[in-house]
Design a protein around this ligand. Structure first.
Ligand code: URA
Length: 245
């Protein structure tokens, strides 16, 4: 890794904004190799130099893991000829080479999109063998028979093309004018949630992913906003252990 400005290195950790970083550096709360550094423009190598922010060592990460609250109209790809991608809309502080979305959300689906540059991690959470769950909120055009739907999802829906899905959970969200359901699936087939409701004779009109594994989308992230995951949050997505830092 090459040298970068101290404020950029700290802001890239996702803990503080660039202006907050400048403030704490000025206040003398940042040490590099045990020496207080008050010049935000000085350059260091975050892989070699020991950076401490307010007494805590800065995480040294080879890879990044980003939570994006995906807005509508953006495609979950690394590049696209026509549309903006989830990588295009990341703030400059989080952008780096080789980022890609770990898993796909449709262009009109919103919510939790995980972006990383760690191919092994992405493979681990996407491989059907590991059954990392994904939780969605789906609004429907027409209501379904809840008990029938719950049982069908539990038994494993057979899609129109004969694909047999793994067991899924269905929960009704009450007190909404529009029929609204929480769905937890354990795999990620193409248009899966939409096709599951289609098998019950209904159409999904709004779809939002709110959780991956045990990690919820941060409600503070507005549409299109993104931040880095902490190490603790990462472990909520998967218990699979491999060296991620
Ligand atoms: N299921 C769908 O139908 N669409 C998505 O974007 C995600 C899951």
């Amino acid at each position: 890794m090459s040298e970068e400005r101290l404020d950029k290195i700290i802001a890239s950790s996702g803990l503080l904004t660039r202006s907050e970083v400048k403030t704490i550096i000025k206040k003398g709360l940042v040490k590099v190799n045990n020496i207080t550094v008050k010049d935000a423009a000085l350059k260091f190598d975050c892989e070699i130099d020991e950076i401490e922010v307010d007494g805590k060592p800065l995480r040294k990460g080879k890879y990044v893991y980003i939570m994006l609250n995906k807005p509508k109209g953006v495609v979950s790809a690394t590049n696209d000829n026509k549309d903006l991608t989830v990588v295009d809309i990341l703030p400059d502080d989080l952008k780096r080479k080789n980022l890609f979305p770990a898993g796909r959300l449709d262009k009109d689906t919103t919510g939790f999109c995980l972006i990383t540059d760690d191919g092994n991690f992405a493979h681990d959470i996407l491989t059907p063998a590991h059954h990392v769950s994904k939780t969605y909120i789906a609004e429907l055009s027409d209501d379904i028979d809840f008990e029938k739907g719950r049982q069908a999802f539990k038994d494993g829906v057979v899609l129109a093309d004969g694909t047999v899905l793994l067991s899924a959970d269905l929960e009704k969200i009450e007190n909404n004018d529009i029929p609204t359901y929480k769905v937890i699936i354990n795999e990620g087939k193409y248009h899966q949630v939409k096709r599951m409701f289609a098998s019950l004779g209904s159409t999904v009109v709004e779809l939002k992913r709110i959780k991956i594994g045990e990690l919820c989308l941060d409600e503070k992230l507005k549409d299109g906003e993104a931040r880095l995951l902490t190490q603790e949050e990462l472990s909520k997505i998967t218990q699979i252990t491999h060296n991620i830092v």
